[in-house]
Design a protein around this ligand. Structure first.
Ligand SMILES: [Zn+2]
Length: 264
C-alpha cells in the first residue's frame, strides 16, 4: 500500500549545534538525505488531497511532507542565539536548499496563536527577547514556501494553568468550552491576520476523545484534518482526525535513523 511520511521539527529546539540537540542542524542534514534518496517534498495540502481521493497515487510516489510546530521567530527569521550563535531559520534553510538543488521545498508551520500567550511563552520558554510575534505569518504564507496552520490558542501550556503537577497534555481539552477556547478563537484570530488555516496539530500530539471524535468532525471552522505525533506513515486508511507524524528527536535521532524511516 502507498504510504507517505510526515516529518515534524521544532525550531525552538536549539540546545547546542549538533544534529541531536538542534533541529536547524537536523533539518539541514535531512534535506540533503531527502535529496540523496531521490524523494520529493510535497505540501501537506497535496497529501491531504490525495488522502481524500482527489489526487492520483502517482503524485504521491517518493513523496515526503515537512511540518514544524509552535511557530516562533526561529521558523522564519535568522536569529543570533545568546549561547549557540547564528541560527538559520527553517524558512531560509528551505530557501537555501531550493536554490542549491533546483528542487521544490515546502513546510507547514503549526503556530501557537494567542498573542498574549506567545508573549508569555517567549519569556518562559525562550530568552524573553520578543521572538514569538506573528508579523511574519503572512509573508511566510505568501512566499509559497511555508504554510501557516493552527497549533491551538495557547497549547494548554503549563505556563497558563499554573498546575505543575499535571502532565504536558492536550487531553483535558475535552468539552465544548475548552475546545472553542483552543480552536474556535484561534481560527478566528488567524483569519483576522489573513490566514485561512485548514489543518490542526494537537499540542503534545495527544487529544481527548471528545475533541477528536465529536468536536472536530462537527466543527465548521474550516479545519479539514488534525495531526498527532504517532510515528507512522500516512496511508489511505489513516484517520483524518488523527493523522500520524514522525517527530525529530523522538522518532529519529540521526540521519541514519531517518534513512530507515524514509526507506520503509
Ligand atoms: Zn507544540
Amino acid at each position: 500500500m502507498l504510504k507517505v511520511p510526515i516529518l515534524t521539527y521544532h525550531s525552538n529546539n536549539v540546545m547546542g549545534n549538533e544534529y541531536h540537540n538542534n533541529d536547524h542542524v537536523a533539518l539541514t542534514e535531512d534535506l540533503k538525505l531527502i535529496q540523496k534518496l531521490g524523494l520529493r517534498i510535497i505540501t501537506l495540502q497535496q497529501l491531504m488531497q490525495w488522502h481524500k481521493g482527489a489526487a492520483d497515487d502517482a503524485e504521491m510516489s517518493q513523496a515526503v511532507v515537512l511540518t514544524c510546530d509552535d511557530g516562533s521567530w526561529f521558523d522564519y527569521y535568522d536569529i543570533e542565539h545568546p549561547h549557540f550563535g547564528k541560527q538559520r531559520s527553517f524558512f531560509n534553510i528551505l530557501k537555501d536548499h531550493q536554490k542549491a538543488t533546483a528542487s521544490t521545498a515546502h513546510i507547514s508551520s503549526f503556530v501557537i496563536v494567542s498573542p498574549e500567550g506567545r508573549v508569555e511563552l517567549d519569556k518562559t520558554c525562550l530568552a524573553g527577547l520578543g521572538w514569538w510575534t506573528d508579523d511574519w505569518w503572512l509573508d511566510a504564507q505568501n512566499s509559497g514556501l511555508m504554510a501557516i496552520e493552527n497549533h491551538s490558542w495557547d497549547h494548554n501550556h503549563v505556563t497558563f494553568h499554573r498546575d505543575f503537577s499535571r502532565d504536558h497534555s492536550f487531553r483535558e481539552v475535552n468539552d465544548a468550552a475548552s475546545c472553542d477556547y483552543q480552536l474556535k478563537q484561534s481560527q478566528a484570530y488567524l483569519k483576522s491576520q489573513g490566514i485561512h488555516a485548514r489543518f490542526f496539530a494537537y499540542p503534545y500530539g495527544n487529544y481527548s476523545d471528545y475533541l477528536k471524535s465529536n468536536y472536530l468532525p462537527k466543527q465548521a471552522l474550516g479545519i479539514e484534518a488534525a495531526f498527532t505525533t504517532d510515528p507512522q506513515h500516512v496511508t489511505k486508511n489513516s484517520q483524518v482526525w488523527a493523522m500520524p507524524r514522525y517527530v525529530c528527536g523522538e522518532a529519529w535521532q540521526s540521519s541514519d535513523e531517518l534513512a530507515d524511516i524514509l526507506r520503509t
